[in-house]
Design a protein around this ligand. Structure first.
Ligand code: HEM
Length: 421
């Protein structure tokens, strides 16, 4: 836990804190010029300013576009990446990163040529921005991480954002002149449209670069990490031994794949400790929070409350019994005003007790992580017998991998799931 922060680890108290309007996410109040690579982005805003920005950006996550992503765009993009790269010895983290960055780039408005080199390059930027996003959990030199992120953002702007912006400006000009209406729907375009309407939210190009970077990172890093975390459980690397029954179920059923994703998120939240800053005196569940205090919300512990998640809350059991007013992923997407904007893209619709027992309807969203997990399992992924996965120890989160070596059939490897039988 953070030093000197006021801790909460009970489910209901964490929920209350996430809704407490006096608690902000603005722990670092420095400007970009003062060295804060996240200054002014959606996730650091508070109050009205946050509400307005969120309203603008929520529009990118309408149900109809999510269905299109999940049913049309993502299966195609995923198949392209996996057909090309899922063969022989592979790092699953990089593979899942390349696959998720394709769609994250589309939503953010980042043009690329689709080549393995550019997808890998984009994911390198994502990994750097992810370090800055976890700045309060960094083990080591925080100033260096922030300086490296500012340098990465400059290269990201030069190679991707500025060319993508130029193309969109030309398309918007053509549309305004009555030519073709070929303008994409994405964050960058939405911001440029606002500027043309006289709203100067994104008048500062450097802020726009940071916001586009946030969407690229938010839309891919946690998803790629979670794919590895699911396989960590399915391969039985938690010490339980290979879960072959679940591997078969996941390959055969997208709902079972989604259950595994949500159970994994519950046990390994990508942000295990959610932090808040008291902008004024406040109170959470009877505990006074003085103005200026930091609050540490332990999502990992809250997600293991036996009253809500059953007598064996530490065990990986995607079939677990929970009641209808609880969701299997617990607090792993946050709650309140800053609840993850991309949760339905990544995780689909939440699974409550009723959904786990009775199943789901045709319009159900399964989420892109479940699609990825199902597809890599169906393609026969198994652990690399020669190299163990390596955790990323540059943060204290415990949820991140540096690399997750696996083997797919093909290219001289002969996996029959033998490694996990
Ligand atoms: C496994 C997948 C994901 C997990 C576990 C996750 C988790 C979270 C959590 C816990 C928060 C809230 C943090 C807080 O309250 O302090 C958050 C916020 C956010 N997430 Fe995600 N996320 C995921 C995927 C995505 C995707 C696909 C996007 C797509 C763009 C995204 C974009 C964002 C953004 C922009 C915020 C800030 C929202 C705000 O402050 O209003 N995330 N995420």
């Amino acid at each position: 836990m953070s030093q000197d922060a006021i801790p909460f680890d009970e489910y209901e108290a964490v929920r209350k804190a996430l809704y407490q309007p006096a608690l902000s996410r603005t722990l670092d109040k420095r400007s970009f010029e003062e060295g804060n690579p996240r200054a002014g982005i959606l996730s650091l805003l508070h109050g009205n300013e946050h509400r307005e920005r969120r309203r603008l950006e929520n529009a990118l996550f309408r149900r109809q576009s999510l269905l299109e992503y999940e049913q049309v765009l993502f299966p195609k993009a995923l198949a392209e990446v996996l057909d090309r790269e899922a063969t022989g010895r592979v790092d699953l983290f990089s593979l899942a990163g390349s696959a998720s960055v394709v769609l994250a780039a589309r939503r953010a408005g980042v043009d690329h040529d689709g080549s393995p080199e550019q997808l890998a390059d984009l994911f390198e930027h994502v990994k750097q921005i992810a370090q800055a996003a976890a700045i309060h959990d960094i083990v080591g030199d925080r100033d260096r991480v922030q300086a490296e992120t500012i340098a990465s953002l400059a290269a990201f702007d030069r190679d991707y954002v500025t060319p993508s912006r130029r193309r969109r400006e030309a398309l918007l000009d053509a549309a305004e002149a009555g030519g073709t209406d070929d303008v994409p729907t994405d964050l960058l375009t939405a911001a440029l449209r606002r500027l043309r309407e006289g709203d100067d939210t994104f008048a500062d190009h450097a802020l726009l670069v940071r916001e586009v970077g946030l969407f690229l990172h938010g839309g891919s890093h946690t998803s790629a990490q979670t794919v590895c975390n699911v396989l960590y459980f399915l391969f039985g690397l938690d010490g339980a031994g290979p879960r072959t029954e679940w591997l078969d179920r996941v390959a055969a059923s997208r709902l079972d794949a989604q259950k595994c994703v949500h159970e994994t998120l519950r046990l390994i939240p990508t942000t295990p400790e959610i932090k808040r800053f008291a902008e004024e005196d406040a109170e959470v569940g009877g505990v006074p929070i003085p103005c200026g205090a930091t609050v540490a919300l332990d999502a990992r512990a809250a997600n293991r409350d036996p009253d809500l998640f059953g007598a064996d809350p530490d065990t990986f059991d995607p079939d677990r019994w929970i009641s209808d007013d609880v969701v299997l992923w617990g607090h792993s997407f946050g709650a309140g005003p800053h609840i993850c904007i991309g949760r339905s893209v990544a995780g689909g619709l939440p699974l409550s007790g009723a959904a786990l027992r009775d199943g789901v309807g045709e319009e159900h969203l399964y989420g892109l992580i479940a699609l990825m997990v199902q597809e890599v399992v169906a393609r026969g992924v198994r652990p690399d017998p020669e190299q163990a996965p390596e955790r990323d120890l540059r943060t204290s989160r415990g949820s991140r991998w540096l690399r997750f070596p696996v083997v797919f059939p093909g290219a001289g490897a002969e996996p029959t799931r033998a490694g996990i039988r």
